[in-house]
Ligand binder design. Structure first.
Ligand code: ADP
Ligand code: MG
Length: 646
C-alpha cells in the first residue's frame, strides 16, 4: 500500500511557499532529511565537483513502493502530513512535499528504491522534470537518489553557484552537523578524491563530537543539559465550535522543554556566529531568539564582539514550534518565545558558571563622548558618532576575574577613534544639541591633520595596564593599542615580503600534526599553495590531518594550530568566490595577529618608541587589518574645553 498522497489545494496553500533548491548543499539537506524521516540508520553521501556534477545519497530507510516512487515527484505529494491541522505539530523534518519535484525539475535525477518486504524495487529517471524511465529492478532495501548536473537547464541559477570548494565546504558542514545531531546513525561523506567523513554509530553526542572534530575540540566544550516543564500548551485555543466538539477530549499535557549539547569555554572566541549550531527537534535552524539568548548567557564572560562555539539540541513538543515559516525550513517560530529564550539563556549560563573562574574579562572602551545634556558647553552629544565610531573593542587578559569596565572620560572630553577622525572633520556632519540650551560650537572643527606625521612626533609616556601606550605630542594626548598597532605594522610587512617572495619563516622542532574538520579539509586544498608562499610548509597528512613543518617567523609554535584553524574556518564560511588577493590578505592578517605583541605585556621605553615609529611608517596606521581602531586621540582643544579654558 502506498503512503504518499497529494495534499489538497487548501492545505498546499497554507505551506510557506518558495524555492528550496538554491545550491548543492540545499539539495543535500532535503535529501538527508528525507533519509532521516524514512528511519534510516545508515546514510552515505557522495558528491563530485562540490555537488554541481553529482550528489548521491543512499540510505537503508523504509523505501518506497512503486506507486509512491512516482507520486513522490508530484508537487505537494507527501506521506508526512494530511491536513492543515497537522501543520500545527509537524514531527518529521519534511512536510511540504516539494523537495523531490523541485530537485527533479532542475537536474538529471535517478531514484532507486525498495520498500522492505517488497519483492522488487523501482527505478525512476527524471530529466529536467520529465519522466524518462520507470522500471522494476532487484534492489537492496532503502533508497538511493542520484542527482546529476544540477541546474543544467537553468543556466542563470547555475551561474550563481560558488567555487567547487565553497559548495563542498557547505555540504561538508551540513552533513557533519546532521551527523552530530544523530550519533546513533552511520554517516559518510565522500568527494571524488577524499573521504570527508566516516562516522559509525556511537553511544553519545560527546563521542560523536570526538569522532568528528577530535579530542581538542571536545576539550574546549562544556556539556549542558536541562529540562523545564512547560506551564501551558503554546498552541492557540481551538475556535469555540471546535471546543464544543472536543469537550470530552482530555486536554493535552503541556509537556517540557529540554536542551542538551555543548557550549565553548570562555577562552574560545570566534570572530563570527558561524560556529553556532542550533537544532530544534532534530532540525538545524537559524534563529535570532536563540542567538540572543546565547549572547545574553555569555554577557561579561566573553567580549561582546566575539562569539562562542555552540552545538545545542532543543527538544519540545512538536506543537510548541511552528516549522512552517520558511520554505527551506531553516527558520521556526516558538509558540512560547520568552519561555524558550530564558530557558536557553539560563541553561547555558548555568553551565558556564559551573566551570572554574572565568579567565577572561571584557573591557569596553566607549570610543565616543560620554554625552549627557549637562555636559560642557560646546560638547557634542553622542548620536552623531554612533554610526561611524567603533563603539568598543575588547581586551583579553588571562587569569583576571570577570568584570566589565567602561573607561569613561567625564567632563565631555571627546574620545576619537580613528574612524571618528574622518567623520569629525566632514563638513556635512551636524552636531546635534539636545539639551535645548547649548548652542552648537561656533568655531569650525579643527583642520584635518595627517595622522601619520602626527604619529611620527609622538613621545610615549608609559602603558596603561601594560596594554595601551600613552603618548603625547603637540596635538594632544594619544592612546595606542599596542597589539593592534603591531598587528598593522606586521600586516604590511608580510604583504611586502610576500610580494617579494621572501616571507621569513622558522622550522618547527617537530612537525605539528593538526586535525581538521571535513569542511576545513575541503578548503585546505585551495589555500595550501598560498600558505606555503607565506612562510608555511604544510601538507596533507593522512585523512583529515595536516602536518606543519615550517611556520612564519614570529608566530609561536603553540599558536600555529589555532591560527590555522581560524584561518581555515574563515574560508569555509566565505560566501564569495575566493580570489588570490583575498586569500593573501587574510593569511597576512592572520600571521600579523598571531605574531604581534600581545596586550598585558610590559614594554620598555625604546620598544614603545620603535613601535610608534614603525606605525607612523605604515600606509594605513588608523586601523588594524580586522578593522579595529589602533589609536584614540584627545585633541588639545578637547582638553582645553574640558578644563573650560575655551
Ligand atoms: P516531504 O519530505 O516534504 O514529504 P519530499 O518531496 O522531500 O517531500 O518527499 C516526498 C515523499 O517521498 C516523502 O513524503 C516520502 O514519503 C518519500 N520519500 C522521499 N525520500 C525518501 C527516502 N529517502 N526514503 C523513503 N521515502 C522517501
Ligand atoms: Mg523532504
Amino acid at each position: 500500500m502506498g503512503r504518499i498522497h497529494v495534499l489538497s489545494e487548501a492545505v498546499a496553500n497554507k505551506i510557506a511557499a518558495g524555492e528550496v533548491v538554491e545550491r548543492p548543499a540545499s539539495v543535500v539537506k532535503e535529501l538527508l532529511e528525507n533519509s532521516l524521516d524514512a528511519g534510516s540508520t545508515r546514510i552515505k553521501v557522495q558528491v563530485e565537483a562540490g555537488g554541481k556534477k553529482l550528489i548521491q545519497i543512499s540510505d537503508n530507510g523504509c523505501g518506497m513502493v512503486r506507486d509512491d516512487a512516482l507520486l513522490a515527484f508530484e508537487r505537494h505529494a507527501t506521506s508526512k502530513i494530511k491536513n492543515a491541522e497537522d501543520l500545527l505539530s509537524v514531527a518529521t523534518l519534511g512536510f511540504r512535499g516539494e523537495a523531490l519535484p523541485s530537485i527533479g525539475s532542475v537536474s538529471r535525477l535517478r531514484l532507486e528504491t525498495r520498500a522492505s518486504g517488497e519483492p522488487s524495487g523501482t527505478i525512476v529517471e527524471i530529466n529536467g522534470g520529465k519522466i524518462l524511465k520507470v522500471e522494476e529492478a532487484g534492489l537492496p532495501d532503502g533508497t538511493s537518489l542520484t542527482v546529476r548536473d544540477l541546474f543544467f537547464n537553468t543556466p542563470a541559477r547555475k551561474k550563481f553557484l560558488k567555487s567547487e570548494a565553497t559548495e563542498l565546504s557547505h555540504i561538508a558542514s551540513l552533513v557533519t552537523h546532521y551527523a552530530l545531531a544523530h550519533p546513533d546513525k552511520h554517516f559518510e561523506l565522500h568527494s571524488a578524491t577524499n573521504s570527508l567523513l566516516v562516522a559509525p554509530p556511537v553511544a553519545s553526542h560527546s563521542e560523536r563530537v570526538y569522532q568528528v572534530f577530535g579530542r581538542e575540540v571536545l576539550d574546549q566544550l562544556i556539556s549542558i543539559a536541562a529540562v523545564q516543564p512547560l506551564q501551558h500548551v503554546g498552541l492557540p485555543q481551538p475556535p469555540p465550535w471546535r471546543r464544543q466538539e472536543e469537550k470530552d477530549v482530555v486536554p493535552s499535557e503541556p509537556g517540557e522543554l529540554r536542551v542538551h549539547g555543548f557550549v565553548s569555554k570562555p577562552e574560545i572566541q570566534k570572530l563570527n556566529r558561524n560556529s553556532i549550531y542550533v537544532f530544534v527537534n532534530g532540525r538545524l535552524i537559524r534563529d535570532r531568539l536563540i542567538q540572543h539568548a546565547l549572547t545574553e548567557a555569555y554577557r561579561n564572560i566573553i567580549p561582546p564582539t566575539v562569539y562562542p562555539v555552540v552545538l545545542l539540541f532543543l527538544e519540545m513538543p512538536s506543537g510548541e514550534v511552528d516549522v512552517n515559516v520558511h520554505p527551506s525550513k531553516t527558520e521556526v517560530r516558538f509558540r512560547q518565545q520568552t519561555v524558550t529564550h530564558d530557558f536557553v539563556r539560563e541553561a547555558v549560563r548555568a553551565a558556564l558558571m559551573k566551570t572554574r573562574p572565568v579567565p577572561q574579562f571584557a573591557v569596553e572602551i566607549g570610543a565616543r563622548p560620554t554625552a549627557s545634556p549637562s555636559l560642557t558647553p560646546g560638547s557634542r552629544p553622542s548620536s552623531v558618532w554612533n554610526s561611524a565610531v567603533p563603539q568598543e573593542f575588547s581586551l583579553q587578559a588571562p587569569a583576571v576575574p570577570p568584570s566589565t569596565e567602561r573607561f569613561q572620560f567625564a567632563g565631555g572630553i571627546r574620545v576619537e577613534g580613528n574612524a571618528a577622525l574622518a567623520l569629525a572633520r566632514a563638513p556635512s556632519v551636524e552636531f546635534l544639541t539636545n539639551d535645548g540650551c547649548t548652542p552648537p560650537p561656533a568655531e569650525e572643527p579643527e583642520a584635518p591633520s595627517e595622522l601619520a606625521p602626527a604619529l611620527g612626533s609622538l613621545r610615549p609616556l608609559g602603558q596603561i595596564r601594560e596594554s595601551f601606550i600613552l603618548a603625547v605630542n603637540h596635538e594632544g594626548l594619544w592612546i595606542i593599542d599596542q597589539h593592534v598597532a603591531h598587528e598593522r605594522v606586521l600586516f604590511e610587512k608580510v604583504l611586502k615580503q610576500r610580494a617579494a617572495q621572501q616571507v621569513e619563516s622558522q622550522r618547527l622542532l617537530m612537525p605539528l600534526v593538526i586535525e581538521i574538520t571535513p569542511a576545513q579539509q575541503a578548503v585546505f586544498a585551495d589555500i595550501s599553495d598560498e600558505l606555503n608562499r607565506n612562510g608555511f610548509e604544510v601538507e596533507p597528512f593522512g585523512t583529515r590531518s595536516i602536518a606543519v613543518k615550517v611556520a612564519p617567523a614570529g608566530v609561536e609554535a603553540v599558536q600555529v594550530e589555532s591560527m590555522l584553524h581560524e584561518l581555515l574556518d574563515q574560508f569555509v564560511r566565505e560566501e564569495q568566490e575566493l580570489n588570490l588577493e583575498k586569500i593573501r590578505t587574510r593569511i597576512a592578517a592572520s600571521i600579523a595577529c598571531h605574531a604581534a605583541i600581545k596586550v598585558n605585556m610590559p614594554l620598555e621605553q625604546n620598544k614603545m618608541e620603535w613601535l610608534l615609529a614603525e606605525l607612523a611608517k605604515t600606509e594605513c596606521p588608523m586601523s588594524c587589518p580586522h578593522g579595529r581602531p589602533v589609536v584614540l586621540r584627545y585633541s588639545m582643544k578637547d582638553i582645553q574645553r574640558a578644563f573650560k579654558r575655551i
